[in-house]
Every structure is written in structure tokens, then in C-alpha cells.
Design a protein around this ligand. Structure first.
Ligand SMILES: Nc1ncnc2c1ncn2[C@@H]1O[C@H](COP(=O)(O)OP(=O)(O)O)[C@@H](O)[C@H]1O
Ligand SMILES: [Mg+2]
Length: 227
């Protein structure tokens, strides 16, 4: 089943002489449960693409369909709701809210959506993420690996259609990187959770089902690694 489709996506930043064509006619489709890696040199448009997939940046032209819905043909208010329910974003530098503790950071998307916390589910998640006993800690009381595990919890608590991760291990040592990748793969496998990861790390890319390469805002390769 197709969960995401991108059609002829273009993104132009700036005007006149300062124009940057960050995305230049990008099209692809992703199946539910797929693990897709996106690779490419710095400045090639990877983060721009992920932000547009996640509904946090608007395309100059082109279309994003997620779960049968045209993401950018809805009001800003509906787009914000759509983003909270359908997209889980993970960043290189975690982006946790410093004054909220672990539990509060993870459950924030639920509360913003007016939903109640399912305590059993949260407890199970804290176990999987190895954060049991750390519920009351603030982000600055956690290691980088722990902070990234909190951001995985926050991204997954709403059971999004797609997890989007922008160099999620870029700030971590190799042991913590492996743990983060194992966790993302666990959710991908166990819950058939669609996973799109931007990475510079060839070892991570080779664990994906498919690798898309981007250069100068265009897809230069789209390879299936495994089915
Ligand atoms: N907000 C912005 N304003 C102007 N140019 C931008 C902006 N964001 C990204 N760019 C430019 O778009 C291109 C692609 O950037 P980006 O998507 O961040 O690449 P990557 O993630 O592959 O390193 C780069 O040339 C970058 O300088
Ligand atoms: Mg980037």
C-alpha cells in the first residue's frame, strides 16, 4: 500500500541573483512499512525534502500525498493537526523542550492534540527506549543517546504514518548510533512503521530497504536493496 507520494516537487529559495533551487523536480513513492534511506552531499536538498514531506516547509510547486491526502491543499490549521497525527520528526540535535522532563517531552504531541496518555503504552515505550526511571529528568540531565531516545518517543507516541529522521545519529558516537538505528528498525519491523532516514553513514544506508541519492535537488539514483 502506498503511504506517501511526491510529484515533481520544487523548492526555490531567495529571489533574483540569490535564487537557490533546493529541489528540482523530485518524484517518488513510498510503500507502507518501507525503510528508505536518503543520501547525498551537503547542500543537495535532503533536509529541504524532509521538511516538505513533514509539512514544516511549503514547496514552491509540486505535490505531496500522504495517506491519500494532499498535504498542502488544506488550511494551515488542518495542516498543523495533520502534521501532529501523521508525521514523526527526528532531528540531529534532538530539539527537545529544555524545561520539560522526559515524560512531558514524549507526551507533548498527545496533549497538544487533546488526547489522554495511555499509561500502559507509555510504560512499554519507556522500557523499549531504556528510559525507565528517567521520566522526571530534564534534557540537560541526559546523555546525547538518551536525548535522542526521548525524541524517538516523542516522534512515535501519536503512531504517525511516517517517521522522518534527519541525520538522527549525526551527533552520536558509534555505540549510541547503533542503538538509535536498532530502535528505529525495531519500530519499522514490529509496527510496520514507515521510516525515512537521511544519513551520511553508509552502514546505516545499507540497512535500509531502498536508497535514494540526491544531488543538486534531483534524484540521481533510486535503488532497492532488499524486499
Ligand atoms: N531557508 C533557506 N533559505 C535559503 N536557502 C536555503 C534555505 N534552506 C536551505 N537553503 C539552501 O538550499 C540548498 C539545500 O539545502 P538543504 O536542504 O539543507 O541540504 P542538505 O540537507 O542536503 O545539506 C542549499 O544550497 C541551502 O543553502
Ligand atoms: Mg541537511
Amino acid at each position: 500500500m502506498e503511504i506517501l507520494r511526491v510529484e515533481n516537487l520544487c523548492k526555490v529559495y531567495g529571489q533574483g541573483e540569490n535564487t537557490v533551487r533546493a529541489l528540482d523536480g523530485v518524484s517518488f513513492s513510498v510503500e507502507k512499512g518501507e525503510f528508505l534511506a536518503i543520501i547525498g552531499p551537503s547542500g543537495s536538498g535532503k533536509s529541504t525534502l524532509l521538511h516538505i514531506l513533514g509539512g514544516v516547509d511549503t514547496p514552491t510547486s509540486g505535490k505531496v500525498m500522504m495517506n491519500g491526502q494532499d498535504v498542502y491543499r488544506q488550511s494551515d490549521n488542518n495542516l498543523a493537526i495533520f502534521r501532529r497525527r501523521h508525521v514523526g520528526l527526528i532531528y540531529q540535535f534532538y530539539n527537545l523542550i529544555p524545561v520539560l522532563n522526559v515524560r512531558e517531552n514524549i507526551t507533548l504531541p498527545l496533549l497538544m492534540d487533546g488526547r489522554k496518555v495511555n499509561e500502559n503504552k507509555l510504560d512499554e515505550m519507556l522500557k523499549v527506549l531504556k528510559l525507565k526511571g528517567r521520566e522526571k529528568h530534564l534534557p540537560n540531565q541526559l546523555s546525547g543517546g538518551q536525548q535522542q531516545r526521548v525524541s524517538i518517543g516523542r516522534a512515535l507516541i501519536n503512531e504517525p504514518s511516517v517517521i522522518l529522521a534527519d541525520e538522527p545519529t549525526g551527533n552520536l558516537d558509534s555505540k549510541n548510533s547503533r542503538e538509535i538505528v536498532e530502535l528505529l528498525k525495531y519500530y519499522n519491523r514490529e509496527y510496520n512503521q514507515t521510516l525515512i532516514v537521511i544519513t551520511h553513514d553508509e552502514d546505516i544506508a545499507l540497512q535500509a530497504d531502498r536508497i535514494i541519492s540526491i544531488e543538486d535537488g534531483k534524484i540521481t539514483r533510486d535503488e532497492v536493496i532488499r524486499r
